[in-house]
Each structure stands twice: as C-alpha cells, then as structure tokens.
Design a protein around this ligand. Structure first.
Ligand code: EPU
Length: 433
C-alpha cells in the first residue's frame, strides 16, 4: 500500500498551477458519448477518476488518443455497447453520468450503481425522477440501473426536491438530444454545471440558464465534435489555500478563476488569511495567527462541502472555538478521529463539529477515509511537528493531480512511499532515509 511521509512544521512558499476541475471532467468525459466525431478536451486533470472513466469509455468502444499531458481526443462515434465491466463502473461515483449520456444517445442505459466516497446514504432518486419525466422507465436491480424508453426521450419539466449537482448534470445530459424543451427547476449552480453546459453547447446543444436555478434545454438534432478546455479546479485551489492558511507562508496559486473561489476565500479572509485576486491567480499569505470562524456548508455559491475537512483541519490550529455545520452530506466527519490522534480537539455531534483550536498538531500514522478527508490529512501532516504517515492515499489520487510534486515545489517535506518494505512505521522510515 503506497503512503505519504510528511515531516511537518514548515510554512509553504512559492507558486503552483491548479489542474482542470475533477467534477467538471468526470461529467464532460461521459458526455462525449453523445457527440459524433472527435472531442478534443484540454486541461484534463491527471487523476485516477479520469483514468477510470476513460477506461470505461474505451471498454465501450470509444477511441481515445492522448495529445499531450493535459489534452485528449475522444471519439465515441463507433460506440455501440451500453455496458462496461461492472467492477470498473462500480468504483466511481461519476459513472452515474453514463446513464444520462447513454439514454441521450441510445434511448436506453445499463450502468452499475455508483460508488465513490462514503458519506452515508447517497441516493440517485432525483436523477431517476428526471429521467422518468423525460419518458424513461428506470429500474434498479442487482446493483445495476436499467433505463429504457419506448421511442426515445422527450422534453419535460423537472422540479428537483433537493439541489443536486449530479441530478442537474445528468438530466441536462439526457435532455440535450430529446425533442422539445426540458426545464430543470431548483437546479444546482456549481461552476462545473456551467462548464458541462458550455461543453455541450460548444458541440451543438442549446442549454440556457446554467449557473442559475432554472435551466432550459432545447433538444438538438445532433452534437458534433470540437475543442473544449475544462475550467480550473475550484476545490483543488481551495485545498492549497487551506494548506497555506494552516502552515503559514506565501503562495501564488495560478490557473484559477478567482470568482469561483469567492465562496472559499471569503471564509479564509475572515480567518485572517490575506488573499489577493489577480487575473488568473490568487496570492495567498498567512503570517499572523489563524482566527476562529463558523462555517456552514451549502450548495454553490455557499461554502462547498468538498472544502469542509480542509477548513476544519485549518481551524483545528486556530485561536478560539469554531463551529462547523455540514448541511449537504449526512456523514462527512469520519476523518475527525484521525485528527484527534494528532492532538486536535474536535467534538462532533451529528452535522456539527465544535473545534477548539490547539497550538499545534503532532505527527502520527493516519489514514485517508475519502478524497477530501485525505487532502485534510495531508494538510494536518504539513502542520504537525514530527513525522506523519498518511495511508489509503488512493483516495487522494482520485482527485488531486501530483499533490506530492506540487507541495514539494512549495518547500514541503513530503515523500511518496511507493511500497513499504516492512510493516512497522520505523522500518518504513529507515527504508527511505
Ligand atoms: N441527493 C438526493 N437525491 C439524489 C441526489 C442527491 O437526496 O438523487 C442528496 C444527497 O444525498 C446530498 C445532496 O443531495 O445530501 C447533494 O448531493 P449531490 O447530488 O449534489 O452530490 P453528487 O452529485 O453525488 C457531487 C460531487 C461531490 C460533492 C457534491 C456536492 C461529483 C462526482 N461529486 O456529488 O464531490 O460533494 O456534488 O457538491 O461531482 C468530491 O469531489 O469530493 C465530492 C464528493
């Protein structure tokens, strides 16, 4: 099992580039299924969720060509299959976008129930409600979702009962080629929703209102290939902001859209971090003690749930008592026990965490329990005195491109331990010294 070894206590200085947005990429890649011809996608993050989706498309018959490190050509024209190996689809949450894309292209879909990070119950009832409105019959049997239509989909009006990123994108995808008008009310507004709409529009779709709570999709005859560049990852940028907030230092974070970061930066500014918006970058500086803050996660433009573990970790070393409320997911505090092993003072009661800031954390062997929790473990290790070993790093690699290289470029003392030689921490440390 690969691990990270971090010798903490050093502030971060320098500059780094943010990669393409994971949650945009994992929707845009399945959406290429509906396009006739080659889609050239730029700013693709090199993360394992993307690799997995590309493998799924390839298994279905797509032709995929790597143009350079961040650019790929995907041609799904020859795809005839609607299935991919169950084990491959089951591993990743975003495989659910294949339902919308397959329905849109073939009028039927067969997709494994999505996997992904475990935050308690992760239903897809709102996706199904949308597909039903568009005329699909959807059955869930033996871990698979089977969707079919008599004569293809047809536009309709869907009112989402909860603001769901996945349901908004999936219904939008299914509707793109459905004759007539589809209206999605109470839609999610995240930047990756706008990005998916922009991608589809640039291939010939007619989607209006993405980024607002009402999205209208006018069915197009067909989508044809073209170029598209994925937006920068708002959450990756936020994670590095959180790392600088926690360790101190000064870092120029490049390739970002500062407006997308407002919901994150405003909270860190409240905590005493200096953040200056530049054209396509933000300069982040923290040279005074971090202040307490209260945070409530909300759908965009609220504070993102995907930044909750990272902000809790920074607050664990702030002055005073902070209260964090998780309002999107039922169970997203599993990582807190790991922080406690490092000396953090955090009490969790349901959706609320009460954090009493401590002067510093101490290094310990800890494990990532999901993607963002994993990033939070890395931040904790960067701040802690002594050595921290982070296990289960495959979670982190699902969504962070080269996190070790990027942090090393900022002066962090972090190493990627490819394979442990012996089971004890002591011998692992000896092996890399
Ligand atoms: N929900 C329902 N029914 C549904 C769908 C969602 O009740 O049919 C509920 C969920 O249980 C949750 C809330 O609605 O309480 C929001 O869920 P949403 O559908 O927005 O989440 P998602 O689409 O499954 C995406 C991201 C998550 C991110 C959430 C919220 C992807 C692949 N995943 O998940 O990202 O936390 O939106 O912003 O885009 C991550 O990147 O680490 C991550 C977990």
């Amino acid at each position: 099992m690969d691990k990270f070894l971090i010798r903490g206590g050093k502030p971060l200085f320098g500059e780094l580039e943010i990669s393409g947005a994971k949650n945009a990429a994992v929707a845009i890649i399945p959406a290429t299924l509906m396009v006739e011809g080659v889609c050239r996608i730029e700013n693709v993050p090199q993360i394992s969720d993307v690799t997995m989706l590309l493998n799924i498309l390839q298994e279905m018959g797509a032709s995929i060509r790597t143009v350079n490190k961040t650019t790929i050509d995907i041609d799904c024209s020859a795809v005839e299959k609607t299935t991919a190996p169950f084990e491959l689809m089951r591993k990743i949450r975003a495989s659910y976008y294949l339902i919308g894309a397959e329905l849109g292209r073939f009028g039927h879909a067969e997709v494994a129930m999505p996997g992904g990070c475990d935050f308690g119950v992760r239903p897809i009832d709102q996706h199904i409600k949308g597909f039903n409105v568009l005329g699909a019959d959807v059955q869930v049997k033996n871990g698979m979702v089977y969707a079919q239509t008599e004569n293809g989909l047809i536009g309709g009006t869907v009112y989402l009962d909860v603001v769901s990123v996945g349901a908004t994108m999936n219904i939008m995808m299914a509707a793109v080629l459905a004759p007539g008008k589809t209206t999605i009310e109470n839609a999610a507004k995240e930047p990756h929703i706008v990005d998916l709409a922009n991608f589809l529009n640039s291939m010939g779709a007619d989607i209006r209102g993405a980024g607002t709570s009402v999205i209208r999709v006018y069915g197009a005859q067909k989508l044809t290939g073209g170029f598209y560049s994925i937006i920068p990852d708002q959450i990756e940028a936020g994670t590095y902001i959180s790392a600088v907030a926690a360790t101190g230092g000064e870092v120029l974070i490049k390739n970002v859209i500062p407006k997308h970061l407002d919901c994150i930066t405003s909270k860190f500014i409240e905590m005493g971090v200096s953040i200056t918006d530049l054209d396509e970058a933000v300069l982040v500086k923290r040279d005074t003690p971090l202040k307490k803050a209260n945070v409530k996660t909300m759908p965009y433009p609220g504070f993102p749930t995907d930044m909750q573990p990272q902000v809790v970790t920074a607050l664990a070393m702030s002055e005073g008592i902070s209260i964090v409320t998780e309002s999107v997911w039922d169970s997203r505090y599993k990582y807190v026990d790991e922080l406690k092993k490092m000396g953090a003072q955090i009490q969790v009661d349901g959706k609320t965490a009460v954090i009493e800031g401590v002067k510093c954390l101490t290094g310990a062997p800890i494990a990532a329990c999901d993607l963002r929790a994993g990033a939070a473990m890395v931040i904790a290790g960067l701040c802690a005195t002594g050595e921290t070993i982070v296990e289960q790093i495959h979670y982190i690699e699902r969504g962070y491109e080269d996190i070790v290289g990027k942090l090393q470029s900022l002066g962090a003392d972090i190493d990627y331990l490819k394979t442990p030689i012996e089971p004890t921490e002591k011998s692992v440390l000896r092996a890399i010294s």
